[in-house]
Design a protein around this ligand. Structure first.
Ligand code: BTN
Length: 328
């Protein structure tokens, strides 16, 4: 079920006032007066917030004091302090979904450009090449609906745009995030994030694009099971403490919007340069398994459309659009 459709504005206002009070108790009367509701309504909102995990100390004489904020990605929290102009202005937030990409595609036709779908947990998270994407509590599972007027052939560029923005956002946290072609973000040799771009188009005209981003943010390493445990990492374990997921998402949406604006208004070579400087793949010996063949060689560059340029052992160049990339 989608959370908080009707009450979110007053609730956001109350959260903001409590946060701004910085350790001071604020009376129900003053709160009600400031947002134009009765003391009884203030009390009802407080109960709602406590149910959502906010630590609120209430004393009948003095009022309310905010002690703690839950580690939840609820949209009121994200909206406050969002610096992006259109990405994230509409947020659909769910405690649990099968997949944010699936829901984003269902919502896409009626949705504004930049609408975001977020879930605390995904039951059937989708990865590339038909694989499952493990999505327990503590992660950032998010899909962004974009409606650019671009041709189908340029859609793959958007994965590069997203990769650059995500790597840049993560680097601000102090980790050495790099991009593994085509769309993994690594820290060291471990994967911390994957991107799944899906498109709906008619002949050449794109209707919408969904960029699905999965980040192992505050995921407990013990929740990573099977093979994933050996090849994945989390921001929490890399940094040594849990990150503030809300402020990270606010920064991430802003950074994605900045890169997206560059993509729409400037020559693509700027993004390619950024991608190349953040790339973990270029310069490495690799094997790529495509649906048709296996290609081995050295990764030497990236084309305008996001194909990896490979020089194989007899010096021939091959441009690979998609596949599973293994470092050798
Ligand atoms: C990959 O295989 O590396 C891509 C993983 C993409 C996972 C994200 S999580 C949010 C969005 N919803 C999904 O079902 N998948 C993407």
């Amino acid at each position: 079920m989608e959370v908080g459709i009707f009450v979110s504005n007053k609730k956001s206002e109350i959260i903001k006032i409590l946060k701004d009070s910085e350790g001071k108790t604020i009376s129900g009367e003053e709160l009600g007066h400031r947002i134009g509701i009765s003391r009884t309504m203030v009390w009802k909102y407080m109960r709602l917030l406590v149910d959502e995990g906010y630590g609120i100390e209430s004393s009948p004489k003095r009022g309310y004091l905010l002690k703690s904020v839950p580690d939840l990605l609820n949209r009121d929290e994200i909206r406050m302090g969002l610096r992006s102009g259109f990405i994230g202005q509409q947020i659909h937030y769910f405690n649990e979904l099968e997949s944010t990409n699936i829901t984003a595609k269902e919502l896409a036709y009626g949705a504004d450009d930049g609408t975001v779908v977020i879930a605390e947990v995904q039951k059937k998270g989708r990865g590339r090449l038909g694989r499952e994407w493990l999505s327990p509590h503590g992660g950032i599972w998010i899909s962004i609906i974009l409606k650019p007027t671009i041709s189908l052939t340029h859609v793959s560029r958007l994965t590069l745009v997203a990769g650059v923005a995500i790597a840049k956002s993560m680097r601000k946290l102090g980790v050495d995030a790099r991009i593994k072609w085509p769309n993994d973000i690594l820290i060291g040799d471990k994967k911390v994030c994957g991107i799944l771009t899906e498109v709906n188009a008619e002949i050449e005209q794109v209707d919408y694009i969904v960029i699905g981003i999965g980040i192992n943010a505050n995921v407990d390493m013990n929740d990573l099971i099977g093979d994933v445990k050996n090849i994945a990492t989390t921001l929490w374990s890399e940094i040594g403490k849990p990150i503030d997921r809300v402020s990270f998402i606010q920064d991430l949406l802003f950074d994605i919007e900045q890169e997206y604006i560059k993509f729409m208004t400037q020559s693509f070579s700027g993004i390619l340069d950024e991608w190349t400087s953040l790339s973990d793949t270029i310069g490495r010996q690799i094997t790529i398994m495509t649906p048709y063949n296996i290609v081995e060689g050295k990764a030497v560059g990236i084309t305008d459309d996001g194909a990896l340029v490979i020089k194989n052992s007899d010096g021939r160049r091959e441009d690979i659009m998609a596949g599973l990339c293994i470092y050798t």
